[in-house]
Ligand binder design. Structure first.
Ligand code: HEC
Ligand code: HEC
Length: 304
């Protein structure tokens, strides 16, 4: 009884933290459009749910993740990562590419980073289907193009959570050790001992997870996402726990990101809508962004 009460209290607190400053996320539509449009919505949904096995996208995915691994319930969830309202923000300016991005650009770019694969061709059925599904989720909502960043209007003000940045900047090896404890107590049961996941529980690090160019590999973004979404179905971490477990997970090895490795040859891909054609990241550089030395955080200096 008491444990149950504690769990409910924790849920309420997490829910409130999210609600503050965030407009109410609307319910997803329930009725698919008819005809060919409906078929494309369903195809897009199938790709978002089964990205690395769907015949149209499997060859473009380089890990064991699906879009729904981070955009929960195929983007229908009301937590950070929702696709509700996403389509209304596009076209949007993106600081990363230094160009105005369409929803399709934004979707396709995830293949290079979160999926550690290749950017799809923009006129293909797969690319159009994913954009059709995500647009359908925003149907009936007012359009408001975003001049600053390509994110859903429901989280523009709160994404990523600014409160976690000072906690990240002051992190030490102790935070990492605490993060490992949080991992063992609250994550390991699903994501497994070595972070490789099992069955439908996706890998958090290693060759089969997101690379160092993904949003999730940036400490402030992962901490904010984890705070809102994990442990799955019971997001109850304090900000400090979310930061500590993020340090632990993002300090583990994962594929390095070199933008050029993820573009198809120009003759196949056509035009890549970006002014930034060189971009590289490693675990080390991602920690350095916050003034942290990953070896010190991991405690490598303590190993004789
Ligand atoms: C490893 C986790 C992860 C996976 C897998 C992933 N994404 Fe994302 N995605 C993110 C994060 C984190 C952001 C926010 C990024 C930022 O602000 O830089 C994001 C942002 C987006 C956005 C911007 C819209 C918004 O409302 O924030 C779109 C669209 C998107 N992802 C589509 C996809 C698609 C399509 C796939 C599958 C091909 C995919 N993502 C796979 C983590 C992921
Ligand atoms: C009850 C099982 C469960 C627990 C416990 C859990 N997760 Fe997850 N996690 C999942 C599932 C399942 C997904 C993918 C979402 C989906 O497919 O619906 C996921 C996705 C993720 C992702 C994005 C995808 C990826 O592989 O990178 C991250 C990051 C993550 N979890 C971190 C954590 C952290 C950190 C904890 C502990 C605080 C945690 N999870 C606890 C089940 C769990």
């Amino acid at each position: 009884m008491k444990a149950q009460w504690v769990a409910m209290f924790a849920l309420t607190v997490a829910g409130q933290a999210l609600a503050a400053g965030v407009a109410q996320v609307p319910n997803p539509p329930t009725q698919y459009p008819e005809g060919e449009l409906g078929r494309m919505v369903k195809l897009g949904e199938d790709i978002i749910m089964h990205t690395n096995t769907q015949p149209l996208t499997k060859d473009l995915v380089g890990n064991k993740l699906q879009c729904t691994s981070c955009h929960l319930e195929g983007g229908r969830s009301k937590t950070i990562g929702t696709f509700m309202g996403t389509a209304t923000a596009f076209p949007a300016y993106s600081e990363r590419e230094k160009t105005v991005q369409t929803l399709q650009d934004r979707i396709n770019n995830c293949f290079m980073r979160s999926m550690n694969g290749k950017r799809p061709i923009i006129d293909t059925e797969a690319s159009i289907a994913m954009a059709t599904y995500i647009t359908w989720l925003s149907e009936g909502q007012p359009m408001k193009m975003n001049a600053k960043k390509p994110v859903t209007p429901y989280f523009t003000a709160t994404w990523p959570d600014k409160d976690v940045v000072p906690l990240i900047k002051q992190a030490t090896h102790e935070s990492y050790v605490n993060g490992q404890k949080v991992y063992q107590q609250k994550c390991l049961a699903c994501h497994a001992e070595n972070g490789q996941g099992v069955g439908n529980f996706p890998p958090l690090w290693g060759q089969d997870s997101y690379n160092t160019g993904a949003g999730m590999s940036k400490l402030n973004k992962m901490a904010s996402w984890v705070e809102s979404n994990m442990p799955l179905g019971n997001a109850n971490l304090t900000k400090q726990e979310a930061v500590d477990v993020t340090l632990y997970v993002d300090a583990q090895p994962r594929p390095n990101f070199n933008l050029q490795d993820h573009l198809l040859p120009r003759s196949e891909m056509g035009y890549y809508n970006s002014k930034v054609l060189e971009e590289k990241h490693t675990v080390r550089s991602n920690f350095k962004m916050f003034g942290l030395d990953v070896d010190t955080i991991r405690g490598d200096h303590l190993i004789p």
